[in-house]
Design a protein around this ligand. Structure first.
Ligand code: Z5A
Length: 218
């Protein structure tokens, strides 16, 4: 099921996903759209937020197995999709996802080296063919991305990984987005104002398409 009102924002840390979600929210509001929801992954429901803690926290005594990590991410995604995203879409909301399934292919596939076929099989079991109608991939050199988040006091388990992990993850994103007409890329090493202009153009085009096919105002 391709859902016409689900937009996913993707990219490595510090690429500007969280800020972009807020910018898109405001662009949609300015179009007179009332029912908009921002969700994040992993997390976004009280149970999924508990799973998120396990995924991103350090555990002194026990290393998180990479397949356990993958399964936890999908457990969190099922919970979010089934209890929040699908019901909201059904009510006519536009849902903006701060990460979705592409993250698993890029991080657990490209970053951790899990076979992409395993991830795709798990996706099929977990959320079947549920997918966003538009994915905006924010591309950034990991050195710049990590510099942007270094000012934070606390870096979590994944943010603390070696730079090579983020290089592999980014390379994986770049491979995955190739020739996919539902994914649009923005180079976010540019100034915030330029990124915002790109987002406005992309969302304007998307709204036009949605209005033609669906009638989008809620
Ligand atoms: N994960 C996974 O492994 N597999 C999966 O399937 C999923 C997730 C779904 C938590 O995700 C972790 O889960 C994540 C991957 C893993 N790994 N880690 N760590 P998250 O999305 O919650 O965490 P994140 O990617 O680390 O988010 P982030 O660090 O907050 O990055 P961001 O949201 O892309 O950036 P931001 O907060 O919008 O901006 C960061 C800073 O940069 C901020 O100070 C901005 O003002 C600044 N910024 C943004 N844009 C610009 C421009 N254009 N110029 C200058 N400065 C800018």
């Amino acid at each position: 099921m391709i859902n016409n009102k689900f937009i996913a924002i993707e990219g490595i840390e510090g690429s500007g996903k969280t800020e972009s979600c807020k910018i898109i929210y405001n662009i949609l509001k300015n179009y007179g759209i009332k029912n908009i929801l921002i969700v994040r992954e992993p997390g976004g429901t009280s149970i999924a937020e508990k799973i998120r803690k396990i995924i991103i926290s350090f555990n002194k005594n026990e290393k998180l197995n990479k397949k356990t990590e993958l399964f936890l991410i999908y457990a969190s995604r099922i919970q979010l999709v089934e209890t929040i995203i699908k019901p909201a879409l059904k009510k006519g909301y536009i849902v903006i996802g701060d990460r979705h399934d592409l993250s698993s292919l890029a991080y657990q596939g490209g970053g951790l080296g899990i076979d992409l076929n395993i991830i795709r099989t798990l996706k099929k079991i977990a959320i079947d063919n549920f997918s966003p109608s538009l994915t905006i991939y924010l591309d950034i050199d990991p050195i710049i991305g990590l510099q942007r988040i270094k000012s934070r006091k606390y870096l979590d388990r994944i943010e603390n990984k070696d730079i090579s992990f983020f290089i592999n993850t980014r390379n994986s994103y770049l491979k995955l987005i190739k020739n996919n007409p539902k994914i649009v890329t923005i180079n976010t090493s540019q100034k915030k104002s330029i990124v915002q202009n790109h987002l406005e153009l992309i969302i304007k085009k998307w709204i036009k398409e949605q209005t033609v096919y669906n009638g989008i105002r809620g």
